[in-house]
Ligand binder design. Structure first.
Ligand code: BEZ
Ligand code: FE
Length: 312
């Protein structure tokens, strides 16, 4: 409320004494989301404006919904700060946070609808950080030969019409029989062990030798591990082989091949399991077939036909 000095030196009120109405942009808890969203009104990129508006709307609704205290807000800031500090060139704790919150799977699934005709997608995960070595069809990706059940993986890449995608690249990577990726055992196993980049033949077919992967825990020595412990959640992923299929004519497919008798299929730590991706790794007792593929007898076999989407 303002006052001023009169000619006679007395101080008088110059307004009615009533509180002036708050300008529209002043913050109130009731209109908080609207006021902040309005502050982005001049954002030139319409998509950025839409995303920021929706983010603010849901963030403010969340804080009001749980009646977020200052201490809880500060704990959240500390958690996110620690998450950032845990990231480096080889570790992405923020993506893992997104994974255990199911956000990665949601975004992936929304971006790649299978529409009942394509192979379903799933998360890429953090262990695709090195290039897989190109290998010839039929080669083994198990250079360490340090145990595990011998396995033959076969498959065929086709489009929705059943036409083979000749020359498609099939990139595979997996954990070993103890549940570790090569990058988690530097110096202990050959570099790029259990990784391979294959080129499908003219009929879209690919095949390679490996070992049956094991279920394994996602890294738990950072804040995401703390979150899992605090909420009584386990950290295991069901056993799987990562498969990424690329070709100039098709949309990239990032998926997994899950082992049907693995534990954690129904409680995968990152919600990555889709029923259509779970396959029987059947035992084959056939000495001639084993010899033809350079495998011990008996061995396990899984077939993974893959349907990808043509561009356009
Ligand atoms: C993986 O499958 O490699 C993975 C995915 C998400 C988090 C951690 C690991
Ligand atoms: Fe994995």
């Amino acid at each position: 409320m303002s006052t001023h000095q009169t000619d006679t030196g007395t101080r008088t009120r110059t307004d009615t004494g009533a509180a002036a109405p708050a300008p529209a942009a002043l913050f109130t808890a009731e209109r908080s989301a609207e006021i902040v969203t309005d502050s982005f009104a001049r954002t030139l990129d319409p998509r950025l404006r839409e995303i920021l508006g929706s983010l603010v709307h849901h963030l403010h609704a969340f804080a009001k919904d749980v009646d977020l205290t200052v201490d809880e807000w500060a704990a959240g800031i500390r958690f996110l700060t620690e998450t950032g500090h845990t990231c480096d060139d080889t570790r992405q704790e923020f993506i893992m946070l997104s994974d255990v919150l199911g956000l990665s799977m949601l975004v992936e699934t929304l971006a790649h609808p299978a529409d009942g005709q394509y192979t379903e997608s799933t998360v890429e995960g953090p262990f695709h950080m090195v290039d897989s070595p190109p290998r010839a069809l039929g080669d083994t990706i198990d250079e360490a030969a340090a145990g595990g059940e011998a396995c033959l993986v076969t498959g065929r890449i086709t489009d929705a019409e059943g036409t083979p995608v000749a020359g498609a690249h099939v990139d595979v990577w997996q954990a070993d029989a103890d549940g570790y990726y090569d990058v988690q055992r530097p110096g202990e196993v050959p570099d790029r062990n259990l990784r391979g980049l294959f080129t499908a033949d003219d009929d879209g077919r690919f095949w390679f030798r490996t070992i049956v992967p094991r279920h394994y825990p996602i890294p738990t020595d950072g804040p995401v591990g703390g979150l899992l412990r605090a909420t009584g959640r386990h950290s295991f992923r069901a056993a799987h082989i990562h498969v990424e299929v690329t070709s100039p004519a098709t949309r990239t497919l990032t998926t997994h091949l899950f082992v049907a008798d693995s534990p954690y299929l129904d409680s995968d730590a990152v919600f990555g399991v889709k029923e259509s991706l779970v396959r029987d790794f059947a035992e084959v007792d056939d000495p001639d077939r084993a010899a033809a593929h350079g495998l011990p007898n008996p061995f396990r076999h899984v077939d993974f036909p893959v349907t990808v989407q043509r561009d356009g």
